[in-house]
Design a binder for this molecule. Structure first.
Ligand SMILES: [Mn+2]
Length: 308
């Protein structure tokens, strides 16, 4: 399906989830490079919202609606409608979803899904290699970026042997991992101070830890929503007594509370799904109505680990 669909269309537009992380951007931009390098007569674009933090990895294309006519849209790293960045994917002639999340796809029947892959970038690399497509050093750098970030620098993954073998191949294709690491491991002073603030703020309830971030945290720190919502969940990780941790952040643009959930061992994705969310077994999230509903989620976590 992967190669057949790519061959069938002269114009391909690649989407991914909104508020992108490195796996979303890496899979999108990596796939764009691969298609451009292997098929010299195709137009390929990558679109969606962008965050300043990740501009070192690449930029998005600004394209006219009419380019969607007779196009193939490939969506990476997401398979639910309400999380796709740029709704114009609906204007495409045909759709293909390539994802590694544990969700049911509500976008199209053309789905390549493998939840054993720790990153969408791992899946894209595998598809390209299986299809005998050439992967340039630029494409490999994009793909490597998503692989190391979604795996927590090779800390997580249900098939580590596969993840590492893909990493090895990407390095042999010339992935510039030093460039990626140099950008990932240097942070602005403001960000370091923000971490210290949240490290002192989280609440411990039995074996669950959580943060409730009202809109005033964005007055304290001049950062983007994801820098706190997804960025600060990790201040509660790696603590012996804490089995499940969650970051609840008020999103003023949606008047909702975005929950990011993490667990060391116990599968929590079913609790995320109960609240309309999803993701991975040990790392997932949901969009909640308010902080009262967040308290319900915490209750469910405590029930799961026998705290209640
Ligand atoms: Mn991903």
């Amino acid at each position: 399906m992967f190669l057949d669909l790519i061959k069938k269309y002269d114009r391909i537009i690649i989407h991914r989830h909104n508020r992108p992380d490195m796996d979303a951007l890496g899979s999108q931009l990596g796939l764009k490079e691969i298609i451009k390098d292997n098929f010299n007569n195709k137009e390929v674009y990558a679109v969606g919202d962008m965050t300043n933090k990740y501009e070192f990895i690449g930029r998005m294309d600004l394209i006219d609606d009419k380019l969607y006519e007779n196009s193939l849209v490939i969506i990476t790293d997401v398979q639910v409608k309400n999380m796709v960045s740029d709704e114009r994917y609906k204007l495409a002639k045909e759709l293909l979803v390539i994802d590694h999340h544990n969700n049911d796809c509500d976008i199209t029947n053309n789905v390549i899904k493998d939840i054993t892959m720790v990153a969408a970038c791992e899946l894209i690399t595998k598809l390209a290699i299986d299809s005998n497509l050439k992967i340039s050093s630029k494409a490999a750098t994009y793909l490597y970026a998503g692989l190391i970030t979604d795996s927590g620098r090779f800390l997580y993954g249900s098939n580590m042997a596969h993840s590492l073998s893909i990493a090895s191949k990407l390095c042999s294709f010339g992935a510039d991992f030093k460039y990626i690491y140099d950008n990932l491991y240097v942070e602005p002073l403001e960000y370091r101070k923000m971490k210290a603030y949240f490290e002192n703020k989280f609440i411990v309830d039995g074996h669950v830890a959580y943060l409730f971030n009202d809109k005033d945290v964005f007055d304290k720190f001049n950062v983007e929503f994801m820098d706190i919502s997804r960025g600060m969940v990790q201040v509660m990780s790696g603590i012996k007594e804490i089995e499940i941790w969650a970051n609840f952040t008020y999103d003023v643009t949606k008047n909702k509370v975005i929950g990011e959930f993490r667990s060391r061992n116990k599968t929590i994705v079913d609790i995320a799904k109960k609240y309309g969310g999803g993701g991975h077994n040990l790392a997932c999230g949901a969009t909640l109505d308010d902080f009262n509903q967040a308290k319900e989620v915490i209750k469910d976590f405590k029930k799961l680990i026998g705290d209640e």
